[in-house]
Write a protein that binds this ligand. Structure first.
Ligand SMILES: Nc1ncnc2c1ncn2[C@@H]1O[C@H](COP(=O)(O)OP(=O)(O)O)[C@@H](O)[C@H]1O
Ligand SMILES: [Mg+2]
Length: 271
């Protein structure tokens, strides 16, 4: 189980990206994390594996408090967390197989990883994962010879090659066409269901999130403003999450700014 307790993040620039986020994700649960651009979705995911250091709060995976780990223990803990990226983050000049096996590198003793030696079990797992994502025949191709959808399939296989306890996915379909996006979401969901693997998937597309998640978390300005089932995402809820910020701000300030607005208009008209 993953548990975030009171997690906040303020960047050095002063940007407050997360405010007291509390949430628990149980085994096998696929969570769609939605919210407008800048809501803090990527920050939240990155705080979990500490690519971004949270300013406050604790994050526990199983019995490990990830926020308290030193560098070496963090490296161990990151092996338990698979990550899938928007831009795939493959090594372009390596083959599909080598990219998938790189998911295993954390486990291989250093002297063997220098020679890129992997056990027959690692290689068999990679072949079976490539088969699962529909790339069995492409294992020997260079990554840079693949389409976007195929690259993301490699990204999925690489994350699963780690045999992770948790999957973190940041906008996996943002660079893909609608049909490929659905295929990729379907693959991620099936992989999680087969393994009882919990996942947090940042996704800007509400329809996709609704279709492929067990649970939706809506983030707005760094705060959880919705946490419920995909069916509960009504228009009203979506307005709460995405609602026109300028508009709500204008309304909240309507009385005090009314005179200023009139004054500006008057000036513009040369009155
Ligand atoms: N490295 C950074 N330094 C400073 N501010 C950042 C950084 N990354 C993100 N932010 C800010 O934090 C907020 C949340 O950003 P982000 O997590 O990327 O949101 P999302 O993924 O929902 O679009 C935004 O205001 C953004 O400008
Ligand atoms: Mg983002």
């Amino acid at each position: 189980m993953l548990k975030l307790d009171n997690v906040s993040k303020t960047y050095k620039t002063g940007d407050k990206a997360l405010h007291n986020v509390c949430l628990e994700v149980s085994a096998g649960q696929v969570v769609g994390l939605i919210g407008p651009s800048g809501a803090g979705k990527s920050t939240l995911i990155r705080c979990i594996n500490r690519l971004v250091e949270p300013t406050q709060g604790s994050i526990t995976l199983g019995s490990t408090d990830l926020t308290k780990l030193n560098r070496r223990d963090l490296r161990q803990a990151r092996r338990r967390i698979g990550m899938i990226f928007q831009e795939y983050a493959l090594v372009e000049r390596l083959t599909v197989m080598e990219n998938v096996l790189s998911g295993r590198l954390g486990y291989v003793p250093t002297w063997r990883s220098w020679f890129r030696k992997f056990s027959p079990e690692d290689i068999a797992l990679a072949h079976s994962l490539l088969d699962n994502v529909g790339l069995a025949d492409h294992y020997n191709k260079r990554a840079d010879a693949l389409s976007g959808g195929q690259r993301q399939r490699v990204g999925i296989a690489r994350a699963l090659e780690q045999n992770p306890e948790l999957l973190l996915v940041d906008e996996p379909t943002a660079s893909l066409d609608p049909k490929t996006s659905r295929q990729i979401m379907r693959l991620i969901r099936a992989a999680c269901q087969e393994r009882n693997l919990p996942a947090i998937i940042n996704i800007h597309d509400v329809m996709l999130a609704q279709q492929f998640s067990d649970r939706i978390i809506g983030l707005r300005a760094g705060k959880v403003v919705f946490d419920g089932s995909p069916e509960a995402l009504s228009d009203e809820v979506l307005t709460t999450i995405y609602g026109d910020e300028d508009w709500t701000q204008l309304r909240a300030d309507a009385t005090p700014t009314q005179n200023e607005a009139t004054a500006v208009l008057d000036l513009a008209e040369g009155v």
